[in-house]
Design a protein around this ligand. Structure first.
Ligand SMILES: Nc1nc2c(c(=O)[nH]1)N[C@H]1C(S)=C(S)[C@@H](COP(=O)(O)O)O[C@H]1N2
Ligand SMILES: [Mo]
Length: 522
């Protein structure tokens, strides 16, 4: 008898045995991971897939799924593991050792994922191995029970006696009871692992306990807006701030466990822990962050007050070699960013930030520490969960997005956006408020111009800004006449560079083109 000739019900039992055993593996690994502080296999495998996917796949996934790419990846990983586990269970019905070997291959993937993680240690394989040691014998046992059930069934068809009918029922109930018990136990162990993990290393609790240092230079309250409602607030709340990263699960980094290593082409290596960091000089800077993936008119930009310590001062403490030209920063999850060293050293608006709008950084925005630099797109400046700074050279090192079709250096291009009225809005005829934001962080905005239906460009009114590092709100009063109209905006930055109408796509270094909205005036 081979697996394919198993009756359907037997195969379903085999698959169930496989799935429940895989669940047990993951649950035990979760628990042991929590106990030992080592990574759990599913996330490790997913992260390894992100890091080692061919660049074409990574960027395609982001194009297709946008910010849901990680969820999709996690689901694909789960589905593939489930299929493999179900197959292992079906095979184990007739060939227990081959079924066990298939399950072993799945476990080996978990081991590989753990070992391929940045900064992996050999002992990181422990959760997966303990999980496999518990789960694989369970699989063999469950498959044996399922098979004896199938065997009885064949006897039933042979002699159709009432007695073997009841034996079959009993063995079926036994299989279901044991499988159910294993499933419940796995769920319990997983829940215990979760609870243990948040008990032992809770970044949420750590964040709640953080006391932010007082800045030497503090930013005042939010500036008056453009006075047009409902337009984009000048300061973006933490809850509304866009989030972009490659992390599959938000890295949990308690401040007490965090440290920052500065090494590479430096006179002396430095390692700072949290207490070293917060005893430095802190400043507040209001800085607009922009993602290179922002489409014309898009919302992947936000403005916040950042509390941070000077990145340049830190690097000077380590002593930077003359032939270095790049700062390679790395986060706990292995993501890397390359930043021109002269900007990191000389900009007053280059920070290791720990506060965002008066609070410790939210976990998803990099708690406990991240980089923030005015004027460079996030992928070349804004490393979240940063723990490693390497002074190096563009000729010697490469950051995560560089081999994936993005420029190694990427200043933020001047851009502007119409927020009011919304596309396809119905606008009453007469004086209508048109409003939006424009940005060129680091250079500032000198003028914003608006026009309707390709008429004359007219200058918009600019709301006040604290400096050159933020976006700027603008307003324009439009004498709207009935019919359909197209409004367009363009900005000029502080260096005199005017936005071009040429459309450039996101790759390699950000979009260009004018934002326009079509509205009907009634
Ligand atoms: N660790 C880590 N930091 C990261 C990224 C990332 O993928 N991982 N993405 C960068 C990109 S592309 C952007 S645009 C900004 C976004 O910061 P935010 O999520 O706080 O808005 O973070 C940057 N820092
Ligand atoms: Mo980005």
């Amino acid at each position: 008898m081979t697996a394919n000739r198993q009756p359907l019900a037997a195969r379903a039992s085999g698959a169930a045995a496989g799935l429940v055993s895989a669940g047990l593996l993951l649950a035990v690994a979760e628990f042991v991971g929590a106990l030992t502080g080592r990574p759990t296999p599913l996330i490790a495998v997913g992260n390894a897939v992100v890091r080692f996917s061919p660049p074409a796949v990574t960027s395609r996934a982001i194009e297709w799924f946008g910010t849901n790419d990680k969820l999709v990846l996690l689901m694909v990983t789960v589905v593939l593991v489930a299929l493999g586990a179900a197959a292992a269970g079906v095979v184990a019905l007739t060939r227990p050792y081959i079924g066990a070997a298939i399950a072993g291959v799945i476990a080996v993937l978990g081991v590989a994922g753990a070992l391929l993680a940045p900064g992996a240690q050999t002992l990181d394989v422990i959760p997966t191995i303990v999980g496999a040691v518990v789960a694989i014998p369970t699989l063999v046992l469950l498959a044996r029970m399922a098979r004896s059930r199938a065997g009885r069934r064949e006897n039933v068809t042979a002699d159709a006696s009432a007695k073997s009918e009841s034996t079959r029922g009993a063995s079926r109930r036994a299989f279901l009871a044991v499988t159910g018990a294993v499933a419940v136990a796995a769920a319990g162990v997983a829940a215990g692992g979760r609870a243990l993990n948040s008990r032992l290393r809770d970044a949420v609790a750590s964040r709640a306990g953080v006391r932010l240092p007082r800045p030497e230079a503090a930013i005042g309250p939010e500036l008056e807006g453009a006075g047009v409602s409902p337009t984009t607030p000048f300061r973006t709340s933490n809850a509304d701030f866009y989030r972009i990263d490659t992390a599959l699960s938000v890295p949990q980094v308690p401040a007490e466990d965090w440290s920052l290593r500065i090494h590479g082409l430096v006179d002396r290596e430095l390692t700072l822990d949290w207490n070293d960091l917060v005893s430095r000089r802190f400043v507040e800077r209001e800085i607009t962050l922009v993602c290179v993936s922002n489409e014309v008119g898009g919302r992947l930009a936000g403005n916040a007050v950042w509390l941070g310590t000077s990145l340049g001062d830190l690097l000077r403490d380590a002593g930077v070699a003359d032939d270095a030209d790049m700062l390679l920063s790395t986060s706990t999850d292995g993501f890397t960013v390359s930043t021109p060293l002269n900007v990191a050293l000389d900009s007053d608006d280059a920070l290791i930030a720990i506060g965002m709008n008066g609070e410790p950084l939210p976990l998803e925005h990099g708690f406990p520490a991240r980089m923030v630099i005015a004027g460079l797109y996030g992928y070349v400046s804004a490393t979240k969960w940063v723990t490693d700074l390497k002074v190096t050279r563009f000729a010697d090192d490469e950051a995560f997005w560089t081999p994936r079709g993005y420029s190694a250096e990427a200043p933020i291009k001047v851009a502007s956006r119409i927020d009011v009225p919304q596309p396809f809005a119905e606008v009453p005829a007469g004086d209508a408020a048109v409003a939006g934001v424009a940005w060129a962080p680091g250079r500032g905005i000198s003028t914003v111009e608006v026009r309707a239906d390709e008429g004359e460009w007219t200058t918009a009114t600019l709301a006040p800004v604290p400096g050159t590092t933020t976006w700027q709100q603008w307003t324009w009063v439009w004498a709207a006449t009935p019919g359909q109209h197209r409004l367009e905006v363009r900005a000029t930055d502080g260096d005199g560079t005017q936005q071009t109408s040429d459309r450039a796509s996101i790759k390699p270094d950000g979009t260009t083109g004018w934002h326009s909205v079509v509205v009907s005036v009634v």
